[in-house]
Design a protein around this ligand. Structure first.
Ligand code: 2DT
Ligand code: MG
Length: 217
């Protein structure tokens, strides 16, 4: 195995729908590749696996799932990818990932099911590869809505988006989530792109300086 200083980074993008995650993660992938890094772009939910297909059908409203069950399926969908993420990072590939366990926690907790708290939601995520940095693309639900109407998937409604943002902010203030960095996603895309790249370059430098290994959630 490579020494930690040659390992890849694990970079996650989080944020509301329409916060610019797809655009910014694609730009980061291109920028890192231009700098000569090996990069793999992934996203959760990964709708291609059998578990991912169950999630897809739920999100499209084609099937129902009990709140805890769908929560655990989203988590299982990350666990089934965990080994390949750790493997790639150890062999020097940087992973750029759209959504991860932070979305898992906040979207489930936003349902306001009394037996599904943010704390409960985080438990099944414990032990997953921990991102080196989580870039939270912060945008108000109003500004996100101005960027185009909502789609037709479950969760794409303004009340839900407001609760999701509040929970992201709550999660951010937890000492467990010390890899969280907030970026103002209401700025022009080019400005966000530069900020993101600067943060990732700094993260790289800090990991190289400390020879930090990949941690666990
Ligand atoms: P996309 O619009 O990014 O495809 O996401 N979600 C996502 C959860 O509820 N739990 C999770 O663990 C993850 C990763 C957020 C589809 C929706 O799925 C939600 C939006
Ligand atoms: Mg979506």
């Amino acid at each position: 195995m490579d020494t930690p200083s040659h390992r890849g980074l694990f970079v996650v993008f989080e944020g509301l729908d329409r916060s610019g995650k797809s655009t910014q993660s694609a730009r980061l992938v291109r920028n890192l590749k231009d700098q000569g890094h090996q990069v793999r772009h992934i996203s959760f939910p990964d709708r291609t696996t059998p578990i991912g297909q169950m999630i897809n059908s739920y999100l499209k409203g084609q099937s129902q799932q009990e709140d805890h069950v769908i929560h655990l399926l989203f988590s299982a969908n990350r666990w089934e990818a965990a080994e390949s993420i750790s493997h790639d990072i150890a062999s020097g590939t940087t992973i750029v990932c759209d959504r991860y366990y932070y979305s898992g926690c906040v979207y489930s907790a936003a349902k306001e099911n009394p037996s599904l708290s943010l704390e409960w939601a985080r438990r099944p995520e414990e032990g997953l590869p921990r991102p080196d940095v989580c870039l939270f693309l912060d945008i108000s639900p109003e500004k996100a809505a101005e960027r185009g109407g909502f789609g037709h998937e479950r969760y794409e409604q303004s009340e839900m988006q407001k609760r999701v943002r509040e929970l992201f902010l709550r999660l951010r203030s937890s000492p467990d989530e010390n890899d969280f960095v907030t970026v103002d996603a209401g700025q022009p895309a080019d400005v966000v792109e530069k900020e993101v790249l600067q943060i990732v370059v700094k993260t790289r430098e800090s990991i190289d300086a400390h020879r930090s290994s990949l941690r666990s959630v």
